[in-house]
Design a protein around this ligand. Structure first.
Ligand SMILES: C[S@@+](CC[C@H](N)C(=O)[O-])C[C@H]1O[C@@H](n2cnc3c(N)ncnc32)[C@H](O)[C@@H]1O
Length: 405
């Protein structure tokens, strides 16, 4: 017997609001292509002096065709990336936009992010095929734009701040580096963190399981960094041999994070330190898919959520809460630098993430919010240690972890 079902009522306003949001997202996708075009053809760099320019000027400066510069400038004006003066029929890249679009050394530089987004869109066919077959599509399977864009987006921040500002605020890390310490970056990906540490004077290893990625990293930084294919839970390193270990945005991707921490404990020198950038399961917006509360959900529900969002077939990342991370770090001495970094964004060059207004909120408010901060920055040692870095206005706090390893 067939059961007749009443179709759900459609609210016209909700429908139209959703359609307009979708149109905006499609527009943003198209604009990503235009930003990559402006970056690759040198349009932004040619306008970086922030002087008014005509399409003919831009075409001449970049040795490109005027028909295209005109269309591109009009689209950029429509998106408020450049301004248009109808009186003179000229276009201007405002100085702040020039920093974000043409200064590759600036931590505010955006085209790398657009390049990653466009590279991901270009991988659509392969992602669809993987969804059909159920095969995985690894990070290394993405097109080159995804890797190169990622590096161009993150590298200026690391370059500007890692050795100059972030590490000096940690306990004795820079002294170790400049004394020619041995450093291992576990899950080094494109290798640019490892390269910065090598530039600071350390003997540096970059380890990852992504062979093509390691090949690319070696092409760029192989003169300073030794890249090795190895998994974090079986490191080809002697006991107690590494002075500084880096584990930045890795544990959620590995099958057995506890085994990785066992290995870090084994290879760390008695006076060595581990730098840990640890995503928080209770961070409200999941960082890979930008979906609210995704990491809160148990596996099957998370799979359904990413599938319903159209972003992936499965949700593979496995984040832990602060409590779970404390258990993961058992047996280490751990200091939490999250609050010092949030409370003093100028010192840690973090003002693009934490505004001075937010930073000036009372420390007590941050303590209340601590369970849901997106990332914890922890420094761990094998021996009982105290922070030896410069005095900070908000000092690091001891994280109490279970004993034994
Ligand atoms: C999100 S990327 C992090 C890259 C880098 N640490 C950073 O902060 O920019 C994650 C990396 O972890 C690597 N990875 C995943 N599982 C691993 C494992 N078991 N051992 C070593 N690396 C692993 C991936 O290949 C990828 O390069």
């Amino acid at each position: 017997m067939t059961t007749l079902q009443t179709p759900p009522a459609i609210d016209h306003d909700t429908l139209m609001a959703f359609v307009f949001r979708g149109v905006e997202e499609a527009g943003a996708t198209l604009n990503a292509a235009l930003v990559v075009m402006g970056d690759r053809l040198g349009y932004y760099r040619a306008m970086a002096d922030s002087r008014p320019i005509t399409p003919a000027d831009l075409a001449e400066r970049t040795s490109t065709d005027e028909h295209y510069t005109r269309e591109w400038l009009n689209a950029q004006a429509a998106g408020a990336f450049v301004t248009y003066d109808p009186a003179t029929a000229t276009y201007t890249l405002p100085p702040e936009h020039a920093v974000a679009l043409a200064d590759e050394s600036s931590p505010a530089f955006l085209p790398g992010l657009f390049q990653t987004a466009l590279g991901t869109v270009n991988d659509t066919t392969r992602v669809i095929e993987a969804a059909r077959t159920g095969d995985g599509l690894g990070w290394h399977d993405h097109s080159d734009d995804v890797h190169t864009g990622c590096e161009r987006f993150f590298r200026p921040s690391y370059k500007a701040h890692l050795v100059a500002e972030w590490l000096p605020a940690l306990d004795g890390v820079v002294d170790k580096l400049t004394a020619g310490a041995t450093v291992a970056d576990i899950g080094c990906s494109a290798g640019f963190i490892a390269d910065e540490l090598a530039t600071a004077g350390a003997t540096t290893l970059g380890l990852d399981i992504d062979v093509p990625g390691l090949g690319k990293a070696a092409e760029r930084f192989g003169a300073r960094v030794q890249f090795v294919c190895a998994t974090g839970d079986a490191l080809p390193l002697a006991d107690g041999s590494v002075d500084v270990l880096v584990l930045n945005h890795i544990y959620e991707h590995v099958v057995d994070p506890d085994a990785v921490l066992d290995e870090l404990h084994r290879v760390l020198a008695p006076t060595g330190v581990v730098y840990l950038g640890l995503g928080n399961r209770l961070g409200v917006v999941e960082p890979h898919y930008r979906l609210p509360f995704l990491s809160y959900l148990p596996g099957p529900l998370a799979d359904r959520y990413v599938r319903a969002s159209g972003r992936a077939e499965h949700y593979h990342e496995r984040f832990r809460t602060r409590r779970g991370l404390r258990r993961m770090l058992r047996g280490f001495t751990v200091w939490d630098y999250t609050l010092p970094v949030i409370k003093d964004p100028a010192r840690f060059s973090n003002t693009d993430v934490v505004s001075p207004r937010v930073a000036s909120l009372p420390t007590a408010a941050f303590r209340v919010a601590m369970p849901i901060v997106p990332i914890f920055i922890w420094v761990a040692a094998k021996s009982a240690s105290r922070p030896r870095g410069a005095t900070l206005s908000t000092p690091p706090e001891r994280v109490h972890v279970p004993a034994g390893r």
